[in-house]
Design a protein around this ligand. Structure first.
Ligand SMILES: [Zn+2]
Length: 264
């Protein structure tokens, strides 16, 4: 499952090269994609990429034409630079070519709504089927906002709330478990049973975990103190060595240390 830090890494792989460059051709490989080839030709070809941004798991390419391409990375999307001489993958969705012989490729198995070509630059207006939640690393997710949001989801499990894309965009299975573990609360704890101080603590660790995974990906994924590095069968808690318990939450395999993570 792709999560916010993975999307950041994809951006690092192409943003420096692509920003400021002009697209020489747009090739739409998946005819099911919800992108009008005529509009793409008119609003993207011969236009330069002004900026590359991220909101949750969406990557936004802003063009000088004031149009934006929005890629939803979903569970298996991939965006990367490749030489134009390398044949595209079977799951190739769209390719944006540069004059120098390279192209930016977006591979996304299935889903037609994974790419959108939108006019304007107001991300808030983009939304998804359920609306777009707040990006957890943006300044908008203050501790006050987080607590206010949580209070409106009292029946949700803590993990379910963290993963609800209409509330907070971009947190998936593994980072939700990590945040619960680092904060010291069980992922199946009902949000409505948590007090303000506890929710503030979750917010603190949400930011810490995602910032570290984004800025220091290698170090985080080699840290023996992180749950994310102990997600195997029969694995032990990195803090107390108790065998980790696995439960199903929202159909997802969830790792819990019953000693380190409190139920209330
Ligand atoms: Zn433990």
């Amino acid at each position: 499952m792709i999560e916010l830090p993975d999307v950041e890494r994809m951006i690092e792989g192409f943003a420096g090269y692509a920003t400021g460059k002009t697209i020489s051709a747009v090739l739409i490989d998946n005819a099911d994609l919800d992108v009008d080839p005529k509009v793409a030709k008119e609003k993207i070809e011969s236009h330069a990429i002004d900026a590359v941004e991220r909101h949750g798991k969406n990557i936004v390419l802003r063009f000088r034409s004031e149009y934006s391409l929005v890629f939803d990375m979903g569970d298996a999307g991939r965006i990367y630079l490749e030489s134009q001489t390398v044949p595209p993958d079977e799951s190739s969705g769209i390719r944006l070519q540069f004059a120098a012989g390279r192209e930016l490729r977006f591979d996304a198995p299935g889903a037609r709504d994974t790419v959108r070509l939108v006019e304007g630059t107001d991300l808030a207006a983009l939304g998804g089927p359920e609306g777009l939640g707040i990006d957890p690393l943006s300044d908008d997710l203050t501790v006050e906002t987080f607590v206010e949001l949580a209070v409106t989801h009292p029946r949700s499990s803590l993990k379910g709330f963290l993963m609800n894309p209409a509330a907070i965009a971009g947190i998936g299975n593994e980072y939700a478990d990590e945040i619960c573990f680092q904060a010291g609360y069980r992922p199946d704890l009902k949000v409505g049973r948590m007090n303000e101080r506890q929710l503030e603590r979750v917010h603190l660790y949400l930011r810490r975990v995602l910032r570290r995974a984004t800025l220091h990906w290698q170090a985080a994924h080699a840290d023996p103190g992180w749950l994310i590095n102990h997600r195997g069968n029969g694995a032990a808690c990195p803090r107390c060595s108790t065998e980790l318990t696995t439960i199903k939450l929202k159909g997802l395999k969830t790792f819990v240390c019953v000693r380190c993570q409190r139920a209330a």
